[in-house]
Design a protein around this ligand. Structure first.
Ligand SMILES: [Zn+2]
Length: 82
């Protein structure tokens, strides 16, 4: 899976949560466990939602940018790759 700006924002949010949890006096190890659990939960949730969107849209519209898919390729995203 490619590293995206959304992932960076998620990690930043989790780090703030981690600092917050330690700030209220929770043991660092529990703070880390809670943060990782929430991070994994969010990642799974995003993955499922993405699959649901893909299922609903089919091959009509690109999930990433919303462009019309032609010949199973997005004219914008697939052009960037190559
Ligand atoms: Zn696209």
């Amino acid at each position: 899976m490619a590293f995206q700006r959304k992932d960076f924002l998620l990690i930043a949010g989790i780090l703030f949560l981690l600092i917050g949890l330690m700030g209220v006096g929770l043991a660092p190890i529990y703070s880390v466990i809670i943060s990782i659990t929430i991070y994994a939960g969010i990642k799974i949730f995003i993955g499922r939602r993405k699959k649901m969107i893909e299922k609903e849209v089919g091959e009509g519209i690109c999930v990433k940018c919303g462009s019309k898919i032609e010949n199973q390729k997005c004219p914008i995203c697939d052009r960037k790759k190559s």
